[in-house]
Design a protein around this ligand. Structure first.
Ligand code: BGC
Ligand code: BGC
Length: 865
């Protein structure tokens, strides 16, 4: 097949000049010297317009005639049904028959019968029921329903399936043939469950690691994404044999280009950048004959040319003009989850604009019934031309014919129901090995000798959930435990197997452990799971990992003090600022989100790993690694931001010493932003929400991201309770009830200097709905370290609000500043202290510049405490 294994020469030579540090440049050169290359494979393009793409898919001359014939016999209702994709939680097989539905999907964390542990047989049975229903429609032409799923790193919603490294790790492997094999293995697994269609690959060319979907992107290099796209689609779709599924190139276009890396945000790039960088993956996917493309949530404002394309699901010039027209895409475009509802004038259930712009199938998970009725009306009124409907349906039917959906029930296809096809553990383990990037290896502490006495620490050593990340059984990857991944090996288990279980001690904390008795210490630390927007790092937060995960810094500090060699294995969905962690480690491995086969990590840590075979590191960064807490990670041409350029990666023996790095301890917040978000549905990083008993002290409880449970604190004799409610939008507020003296507050691990915001006339703002009015004083306060508090008495202000109505509160920052105490070191920017009886819901807490209405606005009284 593609068969070339090229590592990094082209990008290396591109990056040597740009490398910020000599260390990086030297090792890039090292990587280049040891590898073979096809320069051409990674060459950037210089198109001046959207290119015409020639697909290598087989052309069937009879296809168009069949499509035409089928569509000619369909009623308008059947056509609109074909254009509708509903979620399995919201549609029964009988409704698929009744409404002649074209497609169903299961969203992230949706399974047959809502059973997370549903087996292959359950998936297949439901697939058969949907298929049978679609073949029982009351129409002379029967068009099979197709089922789509987010199989984005293996068949990732299915219990027991092998989960491959997320795309960011695969990018570091620089191995298109590996990608093709992963695509093929994923297709076999998906097919075994009776599902026809994978919403993969993601072809985002992520430019900013703040984006919560960075790990779904292979690289910030369009050329690599293009080559991978071709290989991935080829693996998934193949020649549409029984073991193949339809692929989706997503999210078209510019999802990785948004300003500040904001998910679903606005791409502000030039047309040439969009064509040559962000478009690159689509050329590869189209070359391989991809049959579907998913339109992106983001918008695109081409500031240079003064063209604002708006949200992609309504962008005629791109969907119809560029993709279908200039590139010649013959397949169909599906919209993203309720994305049509984001277009001006549309709702989730109605959007003629999107269809007219070129959306062929609408992902309308819940409101499909109303959508069908509305769309019917819009065609009858002439708002949507029937020619557009016929084109959309023809594209869908053509794809279904091309993929061989007609004719066989899901359970009649080869491999259907075969549990073994869910797994390809050897391939995944190899992918893990290829994905790892060795960032530091001072005094060549790696590889370790087998049989060494090892201490393993860190929260991710024995956490399959942290290892697999988001889009794993559940949407966010949260609410999973080790038992949810029965066919998996944790990093710890891999180390035990390689080193001999008797030689390995695992401790969650090092309290009471005599560190001197070990030869070396391995710390497995990193990010915890997230998906999409939930993973965004907002512009004011740093990229410093230990700002969000101080427990990892603490774990490293505890072991580094021993003087024993410390090997850090860092699991993350993106490159992050980790200078402090690098300084505490002798060796440091970027392991990304490796998936279920954690033993691929041990394969590289030991000189002579399992089976007597020694492996070496081959992975190199496919995105640059930040060396500043506020580096705009992932962006190009910002050499000074980077500690390691794209292409960096050490090998054994590394003979390379990374010097101590600056730790930028004073940087707690990025940029002089005009808004500092504190809490908006979730606590906004670097802040977390807490409940505390009394007016001070460390007896506090961190409120996680769980939106469902009611929290009582302390567990015995609670003085305060909290639950998630709605004030403005769904689940956006915390309702707090005081049973005694207690506080509710937001805190960051590092203090922020708010004085620039004071100078910018900023105000602390939030929405409040009083539940039970207070009969004792209520204060809103800011905290600046132990014993340092700036309280404002809001008792009268809140009393004036009465119960049950939403009020917007604005407290000028100036009011918190009193003689002797400034706001240069604020760790608690928002706290509420009260006692029973009192309850109130708080939403959208933030500090806004120019929100203080000038110097004249009155301050509430400064409270005593
Ligand atoms: C995501 C898509 C995904 C879809 C279905 C959306 O929120 O952006 O990538 O395919 O949901 O789960
Ligand atoms: C679904 C995901 C989807 C997301 C979009 C979730 O409820 O499970 O599949 O991507 O909503 O917001």
């Amino acid at each position: 097949m593609i068969g070339i294994r090229w590592v990094a020469l082209a990008c290396a030579s591109m990056w040597i000049g740009a490398a910020g540090s000599t260390a990086a440049a030297a090792d890039v050169a090292l990587a280049a010297a040891s590898t073979i290359i096809t320069e051409q494979a990674l060459a950037p393009t210089h198109y001046t317009d959207w290119p015409r793409i020639r697909s290598r898919a087989k052309v069937d001359p009879h296809l168009d005639a069949r499509v035409h014939d089928i569509v000619a016999h369909m009623s308008l209702a059947q056509k609109i049904g074909q254009m509708t994709q509903a979620e399995i939680k919201s549609i029964t097989p009988d409704q698929v028959r009744q409404f002649q539905i074209g497609s169903v999907l299961n969203g992230g964390g949706s399974w047959p019968q809502g059973n997370k542990h549903a087996g292959v047989a359950d998936w297949l049975a439901l697939a058969d029921r949907y298929y049978d229903a679609s073949m029982a429609v009351d129409s002379p032409v029967k068009v099979p329903v197709i089922w789509g799923t987010d199989a984005v790193h293996g068949d990732s919603n299915v219990f027991g399936a092998t989960l491959f490294p997320h795309n960011i790790g695969l990018g570091a492997a620089h191995d298109p043939e590996l990608i093709r094999q992963i695509g093929a293995a994923t297709a076999r697994a998906v097919r075994a469950t009776g599902v026809d269609w994978a919403f993969a690959p993601t072809l985002a060319v992520a430019q900013n690691a703040r984006w919560g979907r960075t790990y779904e992107s292979f690289s910030n290099d369009g050329a690599l994404v293009r080559t991978y796209a071709r290989a991935y689609v080829d693996g998934l779709q193949g020649d549409f044999g029984d073991a193949n599924v339809m692929a989706t190139a997503k999210h078209f276009i510019g999802d990785g280009a948004t300003a500040n890396g904001t998910d679903q945000g606005d791409a502000r790039v030039s047309r040439l950048d969009m064509i040559n960088v962000h478009g690159a993956g689509y050329y590869g996917a189209l070359e391989a004959g991809v049959l579907s493309v998913m339109a992106s949530y983001n918008s695109w404002d081409d500031v240079a040319d003064g063209v604002d394309y708006g949200k992609m699901s309504g962008a005629t010039a791109l969907l119809t003009g560029a993709l279908k027209g200039k590139m010649g895409f013959p397949g169909f475009v599906v919209s993203d989850w309720n994305a049509i509802g984001q277009l001006p004038g549309c709702s989730n259930a109605s959007c003629p604009q999107a269809i007219n712009a070129g959306i062929d199938m609408v992902m309308v998970p819940d409101d499909w019934r109303a959508f069908i009725a509305n769309t019917l009306g819009q065609v009858q009124d002439g708002e949507i031309p029937i020619t557009r409907i016929d084109d959309a349906v023809s594209r869908i039917v053509r794809a279904k014919l091309a993929m061989g959906a007609f004719g066989k029930r899901p359970s009649q296809r080869a491999g259907a129901g075969d549990v073994r096809l869910l797994q390809d553990r050897a391939l995944a383990r190899r992918a893990v090995r290829e994905s790892l990037v060795l960032l530091k290896n001072n005094h060549d502490v790696l590889p370790l000798k087998r049989g060494s006495k090892l201490l393993v620490v860190g929260k991710s050593a024995d956490s399959l959930a942290n290892q697999v990340g988001g889009w794993s059984l559940t949407w966010q990857g949260t609410d999973n435990g080790n038992a949810d991944f029965p066919n998996a090996t944790s990093v710890l288990a891999g180390i035990r197997a390689a080193d001999g279980a008797a030689n390995v001690t695992y401790r969650a904390t090092t309290d009471g452990v005599d560190l001197k008795t070990f030869d070396a210490i391995i710390a497995v630390i990193g990010e915890t799971p997230y998906a999409e927007t939930m993973g965004d790092i907002i512009p004011s937060a740093t990229l410093r990992h230990s700002d969000r995960h101080p427990e990892d810094l603490a774990a490293l500090k505890a072991v580094a003090a021993s003087g024993k060699p410390v090997v850090t294995v860092f699991l993350s969905g993106r490159p992050l600022y980790v200078n402090d962690l690098l300084n505490l480690s002798d060796a440091f491995v970027a392991a990304w989100l490796p998936g279920t086969e954690g033993d691929g990590i041990a394969d590289l840590l030991f000189a002579d790993a399992a089976g007597g075979r020694a492996f070496n590191f081959t992975g190199t960064l496919a995105m640059p690694w930040p060396g500043l807490p506020c580096a705009d990670a992932g962006g190009r041409d910002k050499a000074a931001n980077w500690l390691f350029a794209r292409g960096y990666g050490l090998h054994y023996p590394s003979h390379h010493e990374l010097p101590p790095l600056p730790a930028h301890a004073g940087v707690g917040i990025c940029a002089s932003t005009s808004t500092l978000p504190i809490f908006h549905t979730l606590a906004q990083s670097p802040f977390a929400l807490y409940l505390g008993a009394g007016s001070r002290g460390h007896d506090v409880h961190a409120i996680g991201s769980d939106l469902n449970s009611v929290i009582e604190w302390p567990a015995v004799h609670p003085v305060v309770s909290l639950q998630t409610v709605q004030v403005n939008t769904q689940q956006d507020a915390k309702s707090v009830t005081w049973h005694g003296p207690a506080r509710f507050f937001a805190q960051s691990p590092q203090p922020a200097n708010l004085m620039p915001l004071v100078a910018a006339h900023a105000a602390l703002q939030f929405d409040v709905v009083i539940g039970t009015p207070a009969r004792s004083p209520v204060t809103v306060y800011m905290g600046c370290g132990d014993g340092c508090v700036r309280p404002l008495d809001v008792t009268r202000m809140f009393a004036a609000y009465g119960a049950g109505k939403r009020h917007a509160v604005s407290l000028p920052l100036r009011c918190f500043v009193t003689s002797g105490v400034d706001l240069a070191h604020v760790d608690v920017p928002f706290g509420v202290l009260a006692t029973a009886p009192f309850s109130a819901a708080f939403a959208n807490v933030r500090i806004v510049a120019e929100g203080g209405n000038g110097a004249s606005e009155a301050c509430p009284e400064t409270a005593g405490r």
